[in-house]
Ligand binder design. Structure first.
Ligand code: ACO
Length: 454
């Protein structure tokens, strides 16, 4: 696994195909690297002397100092040539951004790359046809920061077979304040694949949930074996794309892979303890709950709401997905009645009504989260009501001390989104609908069951 350290924590990086022209991929990669990475950067371009204030070199062979990691961003026809130069330079790890391999039918070119990797035995390759790696201090994504925001640091690590799917998700996560530890785009995975990365992330202390966008797996048995072990300590949530006949065809022309049957994947995920996301929305929803909240130990939840209708929708969703809303203990009901207005409801769902204050939320949540009949809470906090102040953010954050999972539904526009971002940064997963907040709790229940498996 040492070589993966060089992918994530290199001391020096070369950008082979660093471009002088703003707007080109090789320019943007260099720019993003320059403003994120603290080590040495070597732009490689035979036609340039200097790019973005950094001295450029005609070839990696002209650099005197050692290079840990080379990012390749030249046209596919010359990728093999520059890799061979890299091998001479004793570079150990390569990320190949270039497209133009098996995904367009250039199977021979990809095979040659594979052979080169195998025969040299000393090099490892990420890609080709990928976006590479993103972490706070190593940003090689070729999207300009003005167009694609970077998320804050957090506990989700994301492996993606589609660079576009992954990076757009990064933008969405950044907008919502959801934290990311590592992002790895694997593209055609000529060498490094999801299995190796799962093994690496298993031991990575800053990863609490592994999220995967997957189109294909080459070694199914090893994938299941690895995931089965890893999910005993770390959740994996996976979204498999390419499930229909047409979708399978699309996968072949995207990453040159065979997608396989949807049923087989679902069965394999189940066996391996992987939480299956059925949509691009679900992978994001589930990963942020799994990365930041404890598991739900049984299926008993409470819904706390300041909006009656939202509470009913949350209740219906809970029942439909196999969760229960038990009555609270008598002592809890009595305690709630002592301060709630007579028009509030102490039945589960607990409706603290449209004039709820921060204090009302705080007292209610404390009573409910201490209640022995309740193992987790879906809290609907509609921030628009005039009585609710910004301290609601701290009240929800402080719920962590009770050791039970909480998900929040907070729907709305700008005013609300600003508060939601704060909550996400504090590790409270927030959803724009009651359905999604409840389904995230259900997934915490599912993962709890996986942990109990023998
Ligand atoms: N070594 C280093 N640099 C070289 C060499 C060489 N031997 N030869 C030429 N260069 C320079 C060029 O001079 C150029 O720099 P300049 O702009 O300053 O002149 C630079 O390398 C790039 O070369 P170009 O020929 O201009 O190539 P271009 O930038 O147009 O395209 C690219 C290269 C981006 C790699 C393209 O071939 C490609 O693959 N694009 C798609 C990439 C992609 O989308 N990948 C991810 C897919 S995501 C997924 O999930 C599937």
């Amino acid at each position: 696994m040492l070589f993966l350290e060089k992918f994530f924590n290199p001391k020096s990086v070369a950008v082979v195909g660093a471009s002088r022209t703003p707007g080109k991929i090789g320019y943007t990669i260099l720019e993003n690297l320059k403003y994120s990475f603290n080590g040495k950067i070597y732009p490689i371009n035979p036609n340039a002397i200097e790019i973005l204030g950094l001295k450029a070199y005609p070839s990696v062979l002209d650099v005197e100092e050692p290079i840990d990691h080379a990012i390749i961003v030249v046209p596919a026809e010359i990728v093999l040539k520059v890799i061979k130069e890299g091998i001479k330079k004793k570079i150990k790890v390569f990320t190949i951004i270039s497209s133009g391999f098996s995904e367009i039918g250039e199977k021979e070119r990809e095979l040659e790359l594979k052979k080169l990797c195998k025969t040299s035995r000393k090099i490892r390759i990420l890609g080709p046809n990928c976006i590479g790696v993103y972490k706070k201090d190593l940003d090689m994504i070729f999207f300009p920061k003005k167009r694609l925001k970077r998320p804050p640091e957090g506990f989700i690590s994301f492996i993606t077979q589609s660079g576009a799917f992954g990076s757009i998700l990064l933008d969405i996560m950044a907008n919502e304040g959801v934290g990311v530890s590592k992002f790895i785009s694997i593209g055609n995975k000529v060498d490094i694949d999801e299995i190796e990365l799962i093994k690496y992330l298993e031991k990575d202390l800053s990863t609490r949930c592994i999220a995967i966008y997957l189109e294909s797996v080459k070694d199914g048995l090893e994938f299941i074996k690895t995931a089965k072990r890893v999910t005993k300590t770390k959740p994996i949530v996976c979204f498999k794309a390419g499930k229909t006949e047409k979708g399978v065809e699309a996968v072949a022309s995207h990453t040159g892979a065979l997608a396989g049957s949807a049923q087989i994947y679902s069965a394999a995920f189940k066996q391996a303890g992987i939480i299956e996301a059925k949509s691009s929305e679900e992978i994001f929803d589930y990963a942020k709950a799994l990365a930041n909240q404890p598991v739900l130990k049984d299926n008993k939840i409470a819904v706390v709401t300041d909006g009656g209708g939202f509470g009913i929708v949350a209740t219906d969703t809970a029942i439909n997905c196999g969760l229960e809303l038990p009555s609270l203990e008598n002592s809890s009901i009595k305690a709630l009645k002592s301060f709630l207005p007579p028009y509030a409801s102490t039945k589960n769902p607990i409706d603290i009504t449209g004039d709820a204050t921060v204090e009302r939320y705080q007292k209610t949540l404390e009573i409910v989260l201490k209640d022995k009949n309740v193992s987790g809470v879906a809290c609907i906090a509609l921030m628009q009501i005039p009585t609710l102040t910004d301290e609601i953010v701290d009240v929800l954050k402080d719920c962590k001390v009770f050791g039970k999972p909480i998900t929040v539904c907070s729907a709305g526009s700008d005013y609300v989104l600003e508060r939601n971002r704060k909550l996400e940064r504090l590790g409270i997963p927030v959803y724009p609908t009651p359905e999604r907040a409840v389904k995230a709790l259900k997934v915490l229940y599912e993962y709890g069951k996986i942990l109990k498996r023998k």
